[in-house]
Design a protein around this ligand. Structure first.
Ligand code: PLP
Length: 385
């Protein structure tokens, strides 16, 4: 058997690696605390479970779903985006159901990137912005992103030869892993830049609903002219504690939505319609649970921020997401430091370098661990390192 070369070119998938290390340590009898993957520890709210319990009894939901998402689901997505951001979306042409935003990100590559084409990817970001390109023979241009530019990916410095062959640009604010937020003027500049260079702008707004100290993220699609050049991805995963359900949506530029839909209809057969029904309740039902989750993460953020100094780490105080992006002490690479934390303290944290070249010197601490375990993890790091 001979696998395709593109498989050999893929780096090991970060979270699969983390799982592997965790299992190995557990097999040694270590009580491992994972501050690794950003996967909400709280269950999906009951109102959504109840909607699912009804939806699963409906025999029409047992048949193949609609490729683009049910009419009701797409209308609910448009309604949610209207209530939340004031957007006016046409559910028929400007909304597409996704089996999680990861699926949408990966399938944008066959829709937009030919062999040798570039994708402009933030210097740190969700790994699929890069690996999705490898799978189609595309190239990544990393946009510099660091403390001195407030973790706002620098697209202006992209060389002309890259721009001539660039098809897509990814941005994502509130940002994973840096937890940076973007001013709307930055979105405006990105829209103008992508228009000028005829590039699809993809804004991955996976953390739109998690904000602290009164901060509420905005949508890139709120900005003037965005729909000429951009699509935006929203997900129920983090907003409604639904990571396991696999439901999200893409919206915005109709031509791009159509292209993504064309790829998807040749690969998958849509999200389970009962899950779409439950997601309708998630988005259009009472939103108190969303505010409660932000309050819970804000409290954990404070626990971590209070402890960081004594652990020898420092971080900007996040206004959103479920991560603290912490600068590590000098003298280590981020991979060495993460490995030391696991070996000495039995705590898993991903090294910043796993998110892209600009992550060197950082680790990402996820806030999706119960408060007592989070405190215990930080105490262990303080004592053991
Ligand atoms: C920035 C970002 N985009 C997309 C995803 C994937 O989310 P989903 O569960 O909707 O596939 C994640 C998951 O952690 C993420 O951090």
């Amino acid at each position: 058997m001979r696998t395709a070369k593109r498989i050999e070119n893929l780096p090991p998938y970060l979270f699969a690696e983390i799982d592997r290390k965790k299992e190995a340590k557990q097999a040694e009898g270590v009580d491992v605390i994972s501050l690794g993957i950003g996967d909400p520890d709280r269950p999906t709210p009951k109102r959504i479970l109840d909607a699912m319990a009804d939806a699963i009894q409906n025999p029409t939901n047992h048949r193949y779903p609609s490729y683009a998402g049910s009419k009701q689901y797409r209308e609910a997505c448009a309604e949610w985006a209207n209530r939340r951001f004031g957007l006016e979306l046409d559910p028929a042409t400007e909304v597409l159901a996704l089996i999680g935003s990861k699926e949408g990100i990966a399938h944008l590559f066959p829709a937009f990137v030919d062999v040798g084409d570039y994708t402009l990817v933030p210097g740190v970001g969700y790994p699929v912005y890069h690996t999705g390109g490898i799978l189609v023979g595309g190239k990544t241009h990393w946009m510099p992103m660091n403390d001195s530019n407030d973790w706002l990916a620098d697209f202006d410095s992209t060389p002309a030869d890259v721009l001539a062959n660039a098809k897509m640009m990814f941005l994502s604010y509130p940002n994973n892993p840096s937890s940076a937020i973007a001013p709307v003027e930055y979105f405006d500049r990105a829209i103008a830049f992508c228009k000028q260079h005829d590039i699809l702008l993809v804004h991955d707004n996976a953390y739109s609903e998690i904000g602290f100290d009164g901060y509420k993220a905005s949508a890139l699609l709120e900005r003037p002219g965005a729909r000429d050049v951009a699509i935006e991805l929203f997900s129920c995963s983090k907003a409604y504690n639904m990571t396991g359900w696999r439901i999200a949506f893409a919206c915005g530029n109709a031509e791009a939505i159509k292209a993504l839909g064309t790829v998807k209809s040749n690969i998958d057969s849509g999200a389970f319609t009962a899950v779409q029904d439950a997601a309708i309740e998630a988005m259009l039902g009472p939103q108190d649970d969303v505010a409660e989750m932000s309050a819970l993460y804000q409290n954990r953020r404070d626990l971590v921020m209070d402890a960081l100094g004594s652990v020898g780490l420092s971080a900007r105080c996040p206004k959103g997401t479920i991560y603290v992006w912490a600068k590590i002490p000098d003298g280590y690479t981020s991979a060495e430091y993460a490995s030391e934390i696991l070996d000495k303290a039995g705590v898993i944290v991903p090294p910043g370098s796993a998110y892209g070249p600009d992550g060197e010197g950082y680790i990402r601490i996820s806030l999706t661990t119960p408060d007592d375990r989070l405190v215990q993890a930080l105490e262990r790091i303080r004592e053991e390192l």
